[in-house]
Design a protein around this ligand. Sequence first.
Ligand code: AMP
Ligand code: MN
Ligand code: MN
Ligand code: MN
Length: 285
Amino acid sequence: MTVLYDLHTHSTASDGTLTPTALVACAAEAGVDVLALTDHDTTEGLAEAASAAQEKGIRFITGVEISVTWGGQVVHIVGLGFDPADSTLQAGLARLREFRNWRAQEIGIRLAKHQITGAYEGAKALSNGRLISRSHFARFLVANGYAPDMRKVFKQFLTQGKPGHVAGEWADLAQAVSWIKEAGGQSVIAHPARYSMTRTKLRRLIGEFQEAGGDALEVVSSSHSKDEVFTMARHAKDFSLMGSAGSDYHGPETPWANLGRLSALPDLVIPIWRNWSVETEAEPV
Ligand code: AMP
Ligand code: MN
Ligand code: MN
Ligand code: MN
């Protein structure tokens, strides 16, 4: 039987809508054998997910999705199988969360100038006092009738050039890779086909990532078409990187990303889990 891997998921510790426990239950239900929780810029949900996974008898891999600024754009780097107690990693993530808190207030101020009041408070309430993300603003705006759905709300309010967009400096690419490596983990460029980049720029990103010690490309992602899966597999191969697979599941409200429902990794790439042994498995934290 094939082992089902899902190495990119979110919980209420960042912008997912299921608690870590509920996410693990859904993953087990969906037949996932090996699950990583990769919340944005926080490892807060890992302990709960690890114990839930132990209970459900599925393998759990520690994870995080780090926000990086590269080439004037935001790029996401997934870290897998690291020690969440690592202090350099935690200090780096804490800085990113501080920026998130400041940015959230700034988004609120800017939306208020566009006659949208209470957005900061609304988004903050939806984040339940945990990490705050543009997704929380998006949900607030949709719930209050400012836009019909998540896709449109981002397009109208929360992306570059729009009223609720605030640019900022996230982590440096090489820095994010080194935090993960120093903490004993492996790093992956998340959903590489989703960046608005030319092929040349994407290959420059992959080259710099590889030079910095990066390990893999997320070849299989819910957001990738069949063609993109093969193109990304080709890029991974060209740069001697391994391939990873993850749904980027944020909860049942986002039906395009389904837990564990992923296509197979093309044969030409080495799966990131090829040499995983028991040591990569997270100890209950
Ligand atoms: P942040 O990291 O706070 O800037 O928020 C980025 C998050 O917003 C991503 O991780 C996605 O979950 C979500 N997101 C970004 N763009 C879109 C979109 N067009 N539609 C739905 N969700 C989006
Ligand atoms: Mn997200
Ligand atoms: Mn992402
Ligand atoms: Mn993600």
